[in-house]
Design a binder for this molecule. Structure first.
Ligand code: FPP
Length: 246
């Protein structure tokens, strides 16, 4: 409670950040929770708790600065290989977040989950349906949570849908693929942020990121602050985006 009040008081004195322009769609790989916990001799679960808090703070901030789209990588199709205890821990954090759905109404955030829902627990699937329905008319940030998401899995799924639709091979275009991905109807991410000192995409939005700009940093996700996002956006605004042209 004290920390919350302190945060509110500090935010009253904090200089408002304004940007010349913002990316249209930021995608973040929330990496480094485990190492953050290890550095503090804490269990990995503590890292995910801290990572989940950080996710809420950054999503709120993105909404405040007027970003249109934010997509975060919460759980990949490969993350099932982790010990069951850790998988359960991440799923429980998601449950908690979804049950706290009143915040979406207050914050005017439109929430959507991308990924294969089939293997998720029934109660999580129901919570996702409810929250997506309740927040669908929100006009603020469009927040996508990638859950049981894999870029290759997404493309395979899209190809299956396209083949089943009976469309002739010659009529298939980039747009056909895009319209059959989980992100159909959304602009591609133009800015991808990966903290924690790893320099790879890890099967994240591999089709959509064709022309994205990247920002890497050694900061572990739970240590990532709004000032780091400001720095990343300022950096993005200096990039010369040519899309293959000159
Ligand atoms: C990667 O760090 C992080 C994950 C696989 C899980 C991310 C999940 C959260 C931040 C919580 C999600 C909750 C909500 C509400 C969206 P890592 O564990 O692989 O870190 P390491 O590379 O340091 O081990």
């Amino acid at each position: 409670m004290c920390a919350y009040l302190l945060g509110v008081i500090m935010s009253l004195f904090k200089k408002e950040t304004t940007f010349n322009s913002l990316p249209e769609h930021i995608a973040i790989i929330m990496d480094g929770n485990g190492r953050w916990a290890k550095k503090r001799s804490l269990p990995r679960s503590a890292g995910h708790v801290a990572g989940s808090k950080k996710f809420k703070e950054i999503a709120r901030y993105c909404n405040k600065i007027g970003l249109h789209y934010l997509t975060v990588y919460a759980f990949s199709t490969e993350n099932w290989k982790r010990p069951k205890e850790e998988v359960d821990n991440i799923m429980n954090l998601l449950r908690e977040y979804l049950k706290d759905a009143k915040n979406f109404k207050e914050e005017n955030i439109c929430l959507k989950f991308i990924g294969d829902r089939e293997p998720l627990d029934e109660d999580i699937k129901l919570l996702i349906d409810d929250v997506e329905e309740e927040s669908k008319n929100a006009t603020g940030l469009k927040l996508n949570i990638a859950l049981n998401y894999g870029g290759r899995d997404e493309i395979v799924n899209a190809v299956r849908k396209i083949v089943k639709s009976g469309i002739s091979a010659d009529c298939i275009t980039d747009e056909t693929i895009s319209q059959n991905l989980y992100t159909a109807g959304m602009p591609d991410p133009d800015f991808i942020i990966r903290p924690s000192g790893e320099y790879r995409l890890s099967n994240y939005l591999i089709w959509q990121s064709a022309y994205a700009e990247y920002w890497f940093s050694d900061i572990l996700w739970p240590d990532f602050k709004t000032k780091h996002l400001d720095m990343a956006i300022e950096d993005f605004n200096k990039r010369n985006r040519r899309y293959g042209g000159i």
